[in-house]
Design a protein around this ligand. Sequence first.
Ligand SMILES: Cc1cc2nc3c(=O)[nH]c(=O)nc-3n(C[C@H](O)[C@H](O)[C@H](O)COP(=O)(O)OP(=O)(O)OC[C@H]3O[C@@H](n4cnc5c(N)ncnc54)[C@H](O)[C@@H]3O)c2cc1C
Length: 396
Amino acid sequence: MDFRDSPEEAAFRKEIREWLAANMPTEWDRSQLTLIPPEDRIDMLRAWQAKLHEGGWAGINWPKEYGGRGASLIETAIFNQEMARMKAPPPINVIGLGMAGPTIIAHGTHEQKERHLEKILSAEEIWCQGFSEPGAGSDLGGLRSTAILDGNSWIVNGQKVWTSLAHLARWCIFLARTDTTAPKHKGITYFLIDMQTPGIEVRPLKQITGSADFNEMFFTDVRVPRENILGEVNDGWRVAMTTLLHERGTLGFALSVGARVALDELIQLARDTKRNGKPAIDDPIIRQRIAALHVEVEALRLNNYRALTSVMRTGIPGPEGSLGKLIWSESMQRLGDLALEILGPAGMLSKWTDNPRVQTWQYIHLRSRGHTIEAGTSEILRNIVAERVLGLPKHK
Ligand SMILES: Cc1cc2nc3c(=O)[nH]c(=O)nc-3n(C[C@H](O)[C@H](O)[C@H](O)COP(=O)(O)OP(=O)(O)OC[C@H]3O[C@@H](n4cnc5c(N)ncnc54)[C@H](O)[C@@H]3O)c2cc1C
């Protein structure tokens, strides 16, 4: 693959770079990520996505007829690279833009597209993903929430867990069993549920970072209009595969640039922090570990190009996306671990430090624990790589 931009790609990169430089919210400072009260961040992030939308930069890979830009895979990758390079805030409606919207575009009725797509792009309505349950995570097909048709409504009952953004969401993509006698992956239907419907209780779950970005959800006799399903009754597994393909789809470049930015900051931290009277970067062990991380981050970047080449050839995201997510999540953990070691005892003073740099590394270190679980655990991703990249026998 040729890593250089074509003249058109270079022009596109310049356009997004200039737009970001002119429009980034002035109050946004990534180094103060953990200092900004979450509720202020939400208003700011909502306003930011609305601005992206006005500028034509929300959902850029969506077709033009649905409010997107019809951007190619390469352009989407460039957009994600530049957003990460500028440390631009991510759009708040990540699940709407990256998962619910593309699934509605692929499987929705005309009315569903008219009702939802514009409000997803503008962040007027935030979405959450109600897939995982206490007994169904990696083995999602084992989900036990149910929906029973009663006249013109479905009556939905069940419990969901780890639902990011549910406390802010107006809508939820939701899987429930509609035929309890069918085999595991059959008999599931895909619902679009208004979170303001009576019978839905959202309870925040406090994370190791101290914030509560995800939740438990309890659905008790929730009445969902009959037409609020995506695709056919009992065909929800096929529809859910569209959502999950998009989950790991085009984010690879943002992740790899994010890891590069974090590594550069780690190198600066090692330059600025003294250990035994000398800058930490002079310690040969620390230098070796930084060099190893550099190799990982570079491998991640090249793997993303490999994934992009393969999807451009076949039209379908291949197993390389799983490899990228696996390397990224584990590299971010190693980056966070090394940063805290460099910081030494200061790294342990969570509630007592007002140093934004220390707080940011603590946040990265703690948040990275979840990276190896969300969007496919490392073990599941290793299974995929073993079977689909290395051709090893299927696990039982
Ligand atoms: C930060 C974060 C945000 C999330 N947001 C959402 C969300 O918005 N919506 C949503 O629906 N879900 C969300 N999740 C849930 C996430 O999808 C699940 O946690 C994940 O799929 C794993 O499922 P589980 O937690 O039930 O673990 P389990 O599937 O029970 O796994 C437990 C352990 O067993 C291992 N394991 C399981 N099966 C196998 C196997 N076949 N081979 C080898 N090892 C195996 C796993 O790797 C893991 O180590 C989120 C999770 C996190 C951490």
